[in-house]
Design a protein around this ligand. Sequence first.
Ligand SMILES: Cc1cc2nc3c(=O)[nH]c(=O)nc-3n(C[C@H](O)[C@H](O)[C@H](O)COP(=O)(O)OP(=O)(O)OC[C@H]3O[C@@H](n4cnc5c(N)ncnc54)[C@H](O)[C@@H]3O)c2cc1C
Ligand code: FES
Length: 289
Amino acid sequence: MNRPHRGTIHCIDARVIDQQAWPDRQFIIRLHAPACARSAKPGTFVHVRCNPDIPMRRPLSIMRVSASEGWIEVLYKVVGHGLIALSRAEPGELVNLLGPVGRGFRPDPARPQAVLIGGGVGIPPLVFLAATLAPLPAAVAFLGSESPFPFAATTAQLPLPGTPASASACMPQLEALGIASRLASKAGLPGSYPGYVTDLARSWLATRSAADLSAMTIYACGPTPMLRAVQQLATSFSLPTQLCMEEFMACAVGGCAGCVVPVMIDGQRQMKRVCVDGPVFDGATLYAK
Ligand SMILES: Cc1cc2nc3c(=O)[nH]c(=O)nc-3n(C[C@H](O)[C@H](O)[C@H](O)COP(=O)(O)OP(=O)(O)OC[C@H]3O[C@@H](n4cnc5c(N)ncnc54)[C@H](O)[C@@H]3O)c2cc1C
Ligand code: FES
């Protein structure tokens, strides 16, 4: 029997190396987890025990790794008591995690131009994906958030023809990889397009040639309404998508069926587990027309 996850998900007591606080209860935590750092792929996640007294783990996408230094980083926004406890973890403390979990993004060599669309706490897996795509010059990124971005946005230097002049800021870490990015927010964040990230992406896509479009794939992660809008956008330009879902989950190792979603494959409705069959799915199977 094929068990693709057997022996690949590690249970680790990871030492906290660093934890940074960003506005609006957002945190970036760096954890010493060498085995996880070696096998993590963009789109995979860790299932974190936030505190020994809170048995239910929290799933968090892996944002950055260093296999040589043996660490992983995750970015999270506190919703409730689990992540409040994690935000209090100090350097030197141990945090138990399972990971890496899930099937990540699978870039298609036949369509090498990557369009990354991230919303809110859906941005981290795209940052990881961007790092693995570089130095592919054809990648671009559109990032949306209604909270202040958990990075210091700077004025974009790399051109992105077709995007509105109001979208003047970028994520500098992506520019450093040679990937042009633009930001969107309805919260009036400086340098951000004042609307939905999908409308920002649409303005750029509308200026692309048919040849450009035929080489593109959209990779996206964010809240469900954003993912639906991304799929509609992609359909209107006949583009394939890979969508990373952030569904409620319990065990995260495929055993409880607490995370299943319906997908359409060959005209048949099937139930798939987000934790191990995803969290990245072909968008056309998730949100069939
Ligand atoms: C694959 C995956 C990757 C994720 N990556 C990130 C990330 O990189 N950064 C980030 O900030 N958030 C991410 N999330 C969402 C994150 O797991 C929840 O926001 C978090 O579990 C809330 O925990 P809490 O203790 O703050 O809130 P609480 O309200 O205390 O959580 C209560 C319970 O609800 C569950 N829950 C609440 N909201 C969600 C949600 N949106 N998705 C799944 N379970 C939820 C929790 O697991 C917990 O069991 C991801 C979710 C999934 C499934
Ligand atoms: S969370 Fe248990 S099967 Fe996915």
